[in-house]
Design a protein around this ligand. Structure first.
Ligand code: SF4
Length: 947
């Protein structure tokens, strides 16, 4: 019996949680036995009894709360709804959250570990045992560790879904083997933020902002979009104005007060012009700038003979940015001058309540895209809105990652396959270049795990990945840990089924708003059965088939790598409560909740629960503000004992002890500051200058590889935006969610009517889109919702499989033929679109969609930005009507051309290999898995004759 509850709930952050707004919300005291009528039995009133168990959605990075309704009669999950007590999502989810039930019940899901029975990629599989999988990998990894080949073990992650767990595993093994998807995603935006403040993501306080500027489609998609979208709308309802820069009229742009359809890559020019207006019109926060920007360092280094005063710095700023006039920015971007001026003024007037966000979008598309994020942060610095109510905090101030027991020492290994000498500043691993590096003989992989990661489909130049994965000299052993079939899993040795969001443990925290919280993903059927007194030793015993959870997989594998503890690995996987015994997964989290989450033990005790019971019951916890403050943390004062005996630099105020920075002195007081070399906000980056890029030492505009001047429409050339997400899908792991594919099953090429006429296509016509290395054939969609001169195609669709009944889910994929036809040329043709199929789910026979989209990423070469390392996604393309013989979904790729483009972009780098300090990378720059400082040093190779 669903009830109406109008509850007022104030979160520790002071934010009013919106439980009160929900029309239907089971109160926690009734979660153990919640009763609803069976809708299918209507008009009879048949009661169904549910146990409600919270977990965390795994369908994007936002980590929203879910509540699983476990039917007490069947012992199965009936549905998922939002968890109103989750501080980030507050009971609301996007379509992908409830669609978790499709993933649980997917008739195509992999239920048992599979081993290839033929050659790699041949598509022959046999069921194997987990014991066989674990022993095979343990033997291989143990040998690599013992023989000191510690750069041959690699874990390559698409969606992490947890904080810190894997870094601990790799640290315990002593390997430098963390690879990620980040340089096809966000490493560029991250670099722009990091170079300013030492933290690499923005966390806007939208709900309290007066002006919001988004360079993303953040109301519908993007990082933490659902939790943030709620707060953007709250901000708007309180009077905030919203501006959205996007060449596409996204759902977000359609809700904005200002839609700014900039030419891609010109955003930096617009933002710097806005910065100049704010300075010229004296709208900047003078005191904040004076105190927190490293202007002294800049003047002393670059203008040593000029007055070393803040006023003079402002004069120099005006000079530096003199060319960024509204008319210059208008010319570059195509926006109106008046609009640029108007928005700059509103940002200036919003002051400390200016919230701004960019993620992927322009930063991910363009050469020099990292300058977009850097220029955007410049506006936040000018307005003094860093970490203020209504402003934008660095992510680390709004995120909480608790420490586990017994942290391993960082490894002393540096893996040049991840951070090669050409990219010393790359914000994340150079993962898109792995196939080229292996082909060039830079190394090999003895044991390779891809984890919820599908590089064959997701990455540019996917055929290079197929060639790498099928080469057993380059990749000796490969397993895909995945809840769902993928194009990449086809080319592995083992496909290892892992749990979806309701079948695994993880701990998550995201910077969704001005607070810090943790969310507990848990295997709901295991929790349910344990509550009913059934002993469960491993999560797979409660999951469908033999679906494991990864946490337990890594514990088991680590024990087998080091069975007697002699390698020093096993101790990290022994129970902190039962010395010498294997760690039970419950103990891992129990220890964290008891020891590392401020305020949780007290909150649990108030309800007569242990901290673990509290998290199992509610699924999340918001850290009280007094224990984990979130605003202006740079202003935290150091205690006199902290600075006793430390050195203070007279010019900059930087406080160091034995060379390690502690903080900064400003106006006679010692503050913690920012984790940058100067401990201030680095308008001037000595790092960029010292590491080969002096022309980028301050925020500046880099012409994108798809700058307007590079595109000639008269020659049929256009700029292709291939990056945008659909709100209903998530990369390649929503192929097992039938509801989502029922909503979204086509990715036509957006074309403006002016361009459509010039090209000679109408909506529904086939068009051939030709890139540097090949082409794809897709349907056109003629719309005013895109800027003329630009075409766009969502990257979410166009899944494929190579056999009728195996491979990528049939809800989502076309059956294709993919062949290497002659030297370096690959061709794909669809043999059959999406079709109904017979299964235990009657809906599979009702599939009505047929085409399922076109895959475009195969036709893109790699474009690694020479500074940030980010793949620059945007493409210069030719668009024309399809040629005779072209068919929907055709893909053609010339891998020789792809290799040439790789070499062209590699030649743009400036390797810093002969540094006097011997460093491979600045010590202060973060890495997702950070080896010991000693590993940052290049060990000079000793010639053999000297040995
Ligand atoms: S926003 Fe992401 S985490 Fe939240 S419900 Fe949607 S897919 Fe799940």
């Amino acid at each position: 019996m669903t009830e109406i509850h109008l509850q007022q709930h104030i979160a520790p952050s002071g934010e009013q949680m919106t439980v009160r707004d929900l029309a239907s919300c089971p109160p926690p005291e009734r979660w153990h036995d919640w009763v609803e009528y069976d809708a299918k039995a209507w008009p009879r009133k048949v009661e169904r009894h549910y146990a409600i168990i919270p977990t965390i959605c795994f369908n994007c990075e936002a980590a929203c709360g879910l509540m699983a309704y476990v039917d007490k009669e069947t012992g199965r999950v009936k549905k998922f709804e939002g968890n109103p007590y989750h501080p980030g999502s507050r009971g609301r989810n996007c379509a992908k959250g409830p669609a978790t039930i499709n993933q649980v019940n997917d008739p195509e899901r992999i239920l048992y570990p599979l081993k290839r029975a033929g050659k790699r990629g041949e598509g022959k599989w046999e069921r194997t045992t987990w014991d066989e999988v674990l022993d095979t990998f343990a033997t291989k990894i143990r040998a690599a560790i013992i023989e000191d080949r510690r750069d041959e073990v690699m874990y390559h992650v698409g969606r992490p879904g947890h904080d810190g767990y894997m870094e601990r595993v790799l640290g315990a093994w002593g390997v430098d083997g963390h690879n990620s998807h980040t340089n096809v995603c966000s490493s560029s935006a991250r670099f722009g933020y990091q170079i300013w403040c030492g933290m690499d993501r923005p966390s806007p306080d939208h709900a309290n902002a007066r002006f919001i500027l988004l360079i993303s489609s953040h109301l519908e998609t993007g990082h933490y979009f659902n939790p943030q979208a709620q707060r953007i709308i709250e901000g708007k309802m309180k009077g905030a104005k919203l501006a959205v820069m996007d060449p596409r009229l996204s759902n977000t742009a359609s809700m904005a007060d200002y839609w700014l359809p900039t030419w891609p890559g010109s955003e930096t020019a617009v933002l710097l012009a806005m910065a100049r207006i704010i300075i010229v019109e004296n709208l900047y926060n003078r005191d904040y700038m004076r105190r927190w920007v490293n202007w002294q360092e800049y003047l002393a280094t670059e203008h040593p003979t000029e007055p070393q005063t803040f006023d003079h710095f402002i004069t120099v700023l005006l000079d530096l940015y003199a060319e960024y006039t509204p008319s210059f920015a208008a010319h570059e971007s195509g926006l109106e001058e008046e609009t640029i001026i108007d928005i700059a003024r509103q940002i200036g007037l919003a002051g400390t309540a200016f919230a701004a966000h960019t993620w992927r979008a322009a930063t991910a598309g363009n050469l020099g895209g990292w300058q977009v994020a850097r220029a955007l942060w410049f506006l936040s610095v000018l307005t003094g809105s860093i970490g203020t109510p209504g402003g934008t905090a660095p992510n680390a101030w709004n995120k909480f990652v608790p420490a586990p027991f017994l942290k391993p020492r960082p490894s002393e290994v540096w893996n040049e396959l991840l951070f090669p000498p050409e990219y010393p500043l790359a914000n994340y691993e150079m993962s898109i270049l792995l196939p080229y590096f292996l082909k060039e003989g830079r190394g090999k992989l003895a044991a390779y795990f891809t984890r919820v990661y599908n590089p064959v489909w997701t990455n540019p130049d996917g055929t290079a990945w197929i060639e790498m994965l099928t080469n057993e000299q380059q990749v000796e052993l490969h397993a895909a840990l995945t809840p769902v079939w993928s194009e990449t899993a086809w080319y592995t040795d083992y496909v290892l089924p892992m749990g979806v969001g309701s079948e695994r443990h993880d701990l998550m925290s995201q910077e969704t708003h001005a607070a810090r919280w943790i969310g507990f993903r848990q295997p709901v059927l295991r929790v349910y059965r344990e509550r009913n007194g059934e002993p469960i030793d491993y999560t797979y015993q409660a999951n469908p088939g033999e679906v494991w959870e990864e946490d337990e997989f890594w514990i088991e594998l680590s024990w087998r790598i080091d069975p007697d503890g002699s390698l020093g690995i096993r101790k990290y996987f022994e129970s902190p409560y039962r010395p010498g015994h294997k760690l039970a997964i419950e103990e891992y989290y129990r220890w964290i909740f008891e020891n590392s989450v401020p305020g949780l033990p007290e909150a649990a005790a108030q309800e007569q629960l242990s901290p673990l019971e509290y998290m199992r019951t509610y699924g999340s916890f918001e850290i009280p503000m007094d224990k984990a403050p979130v605003f202006t943390l740079n202003e935290r004062e150091l205690k006199s004992t902290d600075v006793e005996g430390a050195q203070v630099d007279k010019l900059s105020g930087k406080i160091t002890r034995n060379g390690s920075p502690l903080g900064v002195t400003i106006d006679g007081k010692a503050y913690e500051g920012f984790p940058t070399p100067s401990r201030k906000l680095e308008f001037y980056s000595a790092t960029l200058k010292e590491w080969g890029w002096p022309e980028y030492a301050i925020p500046s505009y880099i012409h994108s590889h798809v700058h307007r001047d590079a595109i000639n429409h008269d020659m049929g050339e256009y700029l292709l935006i291939p990056t945008f997400r659909l709100p209903t899908l998530i990369h390649t792991r929503s192929g097992n969610a039938k509801w989502l594919y029922e909503i979204s099953n086509a990715n036509p090429v957006w074309v403006h009517p002016i361009d459509a006429e010039r090209i000679g296509v109408q909506t529904g016509d086939l068009a051939r889109v030709t890139t540097e290395i090949g082409y794809f054939v897709n349907r056109a969609w003629v719309t005013d919702g895109i800027r003329p001169g630009i075409v766009a195609c969502s990257h979410h669709l166009g899944r494929w499989r190579l056999e009728t009944g195996q491979g990528t889910d049939r809800w989502a994929s076309a059956l294709v033929e993919l062949v290497k036809v002659n030297d370096g040329i690959w061709r794909m043709r669809q043999l059959e679109g999406i079709q109904p199929f017979a299964s235990d789910d009657p809906d599979s026979a009702r599939i009505f969609w047929r085409e399922g989209g076109v895959h475009q990423n195969l036709t893109f070469p790699v474009h690694p930005d020479p500074v940030s390392g980010m793949h620059c996604w945007h493409q210069k393309v030719m668009v024309e009507p399809a040629h005779p013989g072209d068919a929907y979904g055709d893909v053609y790729v010339d891998t020789k051309k792809a290799h040439m483009v790789y070499q062209e972009w590699l030649a743009m780098t400036r390797p810093q290999t002969q540094r006097p300090d011997g460093l491979r990378r600045p010590l202060w720059m973060i890495r997702p898995y950070r080896p010991a400082a000693s590993a940052f040093k290049v060990i000079p190779k000793v010639p053999l004759k000297e040995l």
